[in-house]
Design a protein around this ligand. Structure first.
Ligand SMILES: Cc1ncc(COP(=O)(O)O)c(C=O)c1O
Length: 395
């Protein structure tokens, strides 16, 4: 798929080919990526500190800003400690480089983000997939390998279908000894939980077997990533994860920008409240159109309209009327190609109304229906997954 020729962007608009469109795209869930306070924090710190440490934190590149952000992020997300990574992608590599010392088995949701699978393979773990969201499938695999140290790995919120992983039930699947649940909270942070504290807060969990990884580039609107967990585990990551030790960290001005974003979320719930109000508006309208809805509280609406030429026509009709509803091809969605419409805290109710009205008109004009999602069955057997990975399949 060709990349978009974006000339300019705000949380609610995109300018392409000279045309500015109201946009429902990206993962800037709270609009923090363009918030004047966040941008000012970055600019002020850049003037004060420059834009790069130019060295690993374990040589000459550590700053008090990094350490302060780690403490504040851990506190915000309800974890004992955090360690920053260059991005969300490498956060999973960091976590697994540390976990692989004691855990040899990776049991991964089949629709989990690529970075999780790549990180587990790179760490030399034996990798198995369980059927998307299916607890019986995960439990069955855990039972087979209970004595080898098991890490169950999942996204908290899945970017391509908006599903929320059943974290409490996945914890219950872990073997009594040497079991860890790694939660990639890239799409849960700033979206789920009290004040947007993420998926662990959403489920009210407090469990030392949980390791959280996240990006700072989506809900936080900035850049970078982090691994969070117990003090002991985070120290282990610091001492042993070479993807951390041998790399330049998040630029200090960016770390200051994230600190400002967290400060805003702690001071006042307006942004999270606005996001939840807008999710509610979208849910009402898309429900009336008969489209599949994500779980409550998730701002990612993915749906396909068949046949594909009609879906393309709906997309174009919206564009002609000044609204950009992304049509994407990305693994894990309801079809090969599908709409991924994201509402954020900065959208107005008028913008949401306009999107839904134009969508209804376009669907009407082309006489379309949403396609239902696949429902998993119950019987477990082993099959061949991507890249030779063994997978537990529900039949
Ligand atoms: C679930 C998930 N994990 C990890 C990443 C990688 O994060 P980053 O973009 O910060 O590298 C993404 C980004 O798309 C993601 O959606």
């Amino acid at each position: 798929m060709p990349r978009l020729p974006i000339e300019n962007a705000s949380p609610t608009s995109l300018t392409m080919n000279g045309q500015t469109l109201t946009a429902f795209a990206g993962c800037n869930y709270l609009g923090l990526g363009a918030h004047p306070r966040v941008v000012r924090a970055l600019a002020t710190a850049a003037m004060r500190m420059g834009i790069s440490t130019t060295a690993s934190r374990e040589t000459t590149g550590n700053t008090l800003v990094h350490e302060a952000l780690e403490a504040e992020l851990a506190h915000f997300m309800g974890q004992e400690a955090a360690i920053l990574s260059a991005e969300g992608y490498t956060a999973n590599f960091m976590a697994l480089q540390a976990l692989a010392f004691t855990h040899r088995i990776a049991i991964i949701d089949a629709q989990a983000h690529r970075s999780i699978r790549h990180a587990a393979i790179a760490a030399g773990m034996q990798v198995f997939e369980y059927e998307h969201l299916n607890i019986e499938s995960a439990a069955w695999l855990c039972k087979q390998y209970a004595d080898q140290g098991v890490v169950i790995m999942t996204d908290s919120v899945f970017a391509a279908d908006g599903a929320i992983a059943p974290l409490p039930q996945l914890l219950d699947c872990l073997p009594a000894n040497r079991g860890v649940l790694l939660v990639d909270d890239c799409h849960g942070l700033c979206v789920l939980g009290q004040c947007g504290r993420g998926s662990v807060s959403h489920f009210g969990l407090n469990d030392a077997r949980i390791v959280v990884t996240t990006t700072l580039a989506k809900g936080m609107g900035c850049y970078g990533g982090a691994v969070l967990g117990t003090h002991k585990f985070i120290q282990h990551v610091q001492d042993n994860a070479w993807v951390y030790r041998s790399a330049t960290p998040v630029p200090p001005p960016m770390a200051e920008a994230v600190r400002e974003a967290i400060r805003m979320l702690r001071e006042d719930t307006t942004l999270v409240d606005n996001l939840r109000r807008n999710i509610g508006l979208m849910r009402q309208s898309l429900f009336l159109l008969g489209l599949q809805l994500p779980p409550e509280g998730v701002p990612i609406f993915t749906f396909a309209i068949s046949p594909e030429e009609r879906m393309q026509r709906v997309h174009e009709m919206l564009m002609e009327q000044g609204v950009f509803a992304p049509l994407i091809s990305y693994p894990g969605g309801p079809a090969e190609r599908y709409f991924r419409v994201v509402v954020n805290a900065a959208h107005t109710s008028e913008q949401i109304d306009t999107l839904c009205r134009l969508l209804a008109q376009a669907m009407d004009a082309t006489r379309l229906e949403g396609t239902p999602r696949r429902m998993p069955g119950l019987e477990v057997k082993m099959g061949e997954g991507k890249g030779g990975v063994r997978v537990a399949v529900m039949g």
